[in-house]
Design a protein around this ligand. Structure first.
Ligand code: LRH
Ligand code: MN
Ligand code: MN
Length: 387
């Protein structure tokens, strides 16, 4: 039996990266609802992310998207983040907002557009050098809408060439993280649709190229924990973009739709050593908050991850292995479900208090006056853009 006291040391290691775009306004193609207090600058987004860390102790870094988060001086931005108790993390190289990219970026048939897309990624590496970021995350909106529209095979070759050029510019302690998605904005084919395609490119690039698994980027019913197990096995699980989906790439609060799925994923991450082993996967949120308040939405998200990590750490792995070995199907399943059904909320409240954090971060935030302050101070928030 594993008790909560047994897992606190491992639980302390939990660190979740939050995305700057979660704090900006976002929405659907039907409507973007503005919300009071929305950041007007990149610095204000970082200040809000820092608040999430202050109240939870769980979110020490912030991911940037370039060019959504354009500033003149990234070293100064990193200092600003540090002054607020957080650091700048993954840099996402957006190649989807320019007209030039209508028919693709790294996979565009026009060599000038491919060059521009490669150059944008090289510029992002410069940003990483200034911020001290480790990971360049590449997600491509590239794909086609109609059969015959493009040469889907040659596009793979162009993609491989572009990625190789980008990879060559990384320093030894930096990584290229390639994210896949099976649909949207292209609906007939996408150029990096699945973990296998991402893996193929990462394997060709080298050890510092790894896969990003965004939980919202799979068809309904996909066994995501199997993909996790496989990528961990191959040493290629680089990072997660966590969110919840009901229908598509909804980017709703992680653990909201299916906490059991999050539990199952974390069991495989922990089991494979990708949680607190020598090369842990980066755990990030990739979400937006369109109808709920953004900072509370992020608080709820990191707390949901903490709750499922705690339950996954409680899994009695020895008993499970014995039951599996004995072929005792129902006993194995019961051991697994016992961990999932363990209510850790009271223990987590105590865990936080012992570490000088509020027992109930959500209530503490709502009572702190921060939300009222930003709503009073900030007028005319920026639109962050969304996927
Ligand atoms: C694409 C995606 C990717 C982008 C983000 C805004 O759907 O998941 O990670 O960078 O959304
Ligand atoms: Mn993502
Ligand atoms: Mn997405």
């Amino acid at each position: 039996m594993t008790t909560f006291a047994d897992i606190t040391g491992r639980l302390e290691k939990l660190a979740i990266e939050v995305p700057s775009w979660a704090y900006g306004n976002s929405g659907t193609r039907f409507k973007v609802f503005g919300s009071p207090g929305t950041p007007r600058t990149v610095k204000e987004k970082i200040a809000d992310a820092a608040a999430v860390h202050r109240f939870t102790g769980l979110a020490p870094s912030v991911a940037l998207h370039i060019p959504w988060d354009l500033v003149d001086d990234y070293a100064a931005l990193a200092t600003y983040a540090g002054d607020h108790g957080v650091r700048l993390g993954t840099v996402n190289s957006n190649t989807f907002q320019d007209d030039d990219y209508k028919l693709g970026s790294l996979t565009n048939a026009d060599p000038a557009v491919r060059r521009k897309a490669v150059q944008h990624n090289l510029d992002c590496i410069e940003v990483m050098n200034a911020t001290g970021s480790r990971d360049l995350k590449i997600w491509l909106a590239d794909g086609t809408n109609y059969p015959g529209q493009a040469d889907i095979r040659t596009r793979q070759d162009w993609l491989a060439e572009g990625l190789a050029e980008i990879y060559a510019q990384l320093s030894d302690d930096q990584r290229l993280v390639l994210e896949y998605k099976f649909f949207e904005p292209a609906f007939y084919h996408t150029d990096v649709p699945d973990w296998g395609t991402s893996y193929v490119h990462c394997a060709a690039l080298g050890d510092r190229a790894v896969v990003c698994l965004d939980t919202g980027h799979h068809a309904p019913g996909t066994n995501i924990e199997f993909i996790v197990a496989q990528l961990v096995r191959l040493g290629k699980l680089g990072s997660f973009d966590f969110n919840s989906r009901f229908y598509a790439d909804d980017d709703l609060i992680v653990g909201a739709a299916d906490p059991f799925q999050l539990f199952r994923i974390m069991v495989e991450v922990i089991r494979g050593g990708a949680y607190d082993g020598p090369t842990p996967a980066a755990l990030m949120l990739d979400q937006c908050h369109n109808i709920e308040k953004k900072i509370p939405g992020q608080l709820r998200s990191v707390l949901n991850v903490q709750e499922m990590v705690a339950r996954a750490l409680l899994l009695d792995v020895d008993a499970l292995a014995q039951a599996q070995q004995a072929g005792d199907v129902l006993a194995a399943n019961q051991i697994y479900m016992d961990a999932f059904y363990t209510d850790v909320r009271r223990d987590l409240a105590g865990f936080r208090e012992e570490r000088g954090l509020p027992a109930d971060p959500m209530a503490a935030y709502l009572a702190s006056g921060y939300q009222e302050q930003i709503e009073a101070d900030r007028v005319g928030g920026t639109q962050a853009g969304w996927n």
